[in-house]
Design a binder for this molecule. Structure first.
Ligand code: 3PG
Ligand code: MG
Length: 399
């Protein structure tokens, strides 16, 4: 896949054209109300640009994981409403993404108008990437713009199939995401540090393997650090770990060593006897964890060490929290490192790129999201990119 082959709509005359935009409107919602509009705010400038150029903008997206056709819970209705508020003009919702219901709304759409078509996953053909379904969607547009980087790891009809049927372009948000990731991973200023945290090694093996070949420092935190400590012969008490992955952890450490990638592990940790908010906690050296202890965060010495490692790096890629940040006081390690990275970014001495649902939640909690160079709106797609995998939605555009 040659990413330099990605084309945007820049310079195209779109006046009167029906532009099918694949967005990722899969936002958190509760009882029919959008609870986090970040993804919508990010997609809106691209939609407004198309509208301002006289395009007839037809937005496609999945929402949730409906299993059996249309249902109210997974309707895009509240999302279309929120989009209307954010764009500042009415955004209608067609009751279906194919057929007469969609066609009539699209044909009535004026130049500069925006319409959302109902959840693409209400049709089985979407996730099956069924060519017939893709054809039915393609019939509604003149060109296709994929602006859903966060859904690009899915080879579905509206993320992959459509690119085979219509002139296909990369949207501005998708380009922004890819450029940020390339800046951190493909052509970074070195040295590069990656912070990889989260609960389990098992979900991050491909990420660790790929990153150990690409970055100079691999800083490991979160529950997964416990497995690495255990692999190094350190007692971790009652802490979460995956004992069946000790050999894998050792292999990752050996592979990193052979590639001159330094693996950085916690030196001290915050422990408690139970996983609960406000549980009495102590800070101990990693080698002094008692049988009844549960490691729930990295300690201040560790944070100091991580900050020191980072101070010698030019680029930071971050996925996964360093501790159980969702319950106090076990977010302090993550927040402290996040603040340090934010400070250096603001000072212009660090390029910082972060992504993944938990990571973004932790950065938000630390109040530093805006200070990072780039925070991805993608979860699964961000992770698959870090694994070095080709994303079908992006590959389809780069063909
Ligand atoms: C996401 O929220 O990560 C994307 O919208 C993809 O959703 P999915 O995991 O249901 O495919
Ligand atoms: Mg997901």
């Amino acid at each position: 896949m040659n990413l330099d082959k990605l084309k945007t709509t820049d310079g195209l005359d779109l006046k009167g054209k029906r532009v099918l935009v694949r967005a990722d409107l899969n936002v958190p919602a509760k009882n029919g109300v959008v609870t986090d509009a970040t993804r919508l705010e990010r997609i809106v400038p691209g939609l407004k640009d198309l509208a301002a150029r006289g395009a007839r903008v037809v937005v496609l997206s999945h929402f949730g994981r409906p299993k059996d056709g249309p249902d109210t819970e997974n309707s895009l209705a509240p999302v279309a409403e929120a989009l209307g508020r954010i764009t500042g003009f009415p955004v209608a919702l067609a009751s279906d993404c194919v057929g007469e219901a969609a066609a009539s709304v699209v044909s009535a759409l004026p130049e500069g108008g925006i319409v959302v078509l109902e959840n693409t996953r209400f049709h089985k053909g979407e996730e099956k990437n069924d060519p017939e379904f893709a054809k039915a969607v393609a019939a509604l547009g003149d060109i296709f713009v994929n602006d859903a980087f966060s859904a690009a790891h899915r080879a579905h009809a509206t993320t992959e199939g459509l690119a085979r049927l219509l002139p296909a372009y990369a949207g501005p948000l998708l380009m922004e995401e890819i450029n940020a990731l390339r800046r951190a991973l493909e052509q970074p200023k070195r040295p590069v540090a990656a912070v990889v945290g989260g609960a389990k090694v098992s979900t991050k093996i491909p990420v660790l393997t790929n990153l150990s070949a690409k970055v100079d420092k691999l800083i490991i935190g979160g529950g997964m650090a416990n497995t690495f400590l255990l692999a190094g012969g350190v007692e971790i008490g009652k802490s979460l770990a995956e004992p069946d992955l000790l050999e894998t952890a050792r292999e990752i450490m050996l592979a990193a060593k052979s590639r001159s990638c330094e693996i950085v592990l916690p030196q001290d940790v915050v422990v408690a006897e139970r996983f609960a908010a406000g549980a009495p906690s102590r800070t101990v050296l990693s080698m002094d964890v008692k049988p009844g202890d549960m490691i729930l965060d990295v300690g201040p010495k560790t944070v100091g060490h991580y900050v020191d490692v980072l101070s010698r790096c030019e680029t930071l890629l971050w996925n996964g929290p360093l501790g159980a940040f969702e319950i106090a006081p076990f977010g302090e390690g993550t927040f402290a490192l996040a603040r340090a990275a934010a400070e250096r970014t603001k000072a212009g001495t660090l390029v910082s790129v972060a992504g993944g649902g938990d990571t973004v939640a932790a950065l938000n909690a630390a109040g530093v999201t805006d200070a990072f160079t780039y925070v991805s709106s993608a979860g699964g797609a961000f992770l698959e990119w870090l694994e070095g995998r080709e994303l079908p939605g992006v590959a389809a555009l780069a063909r």
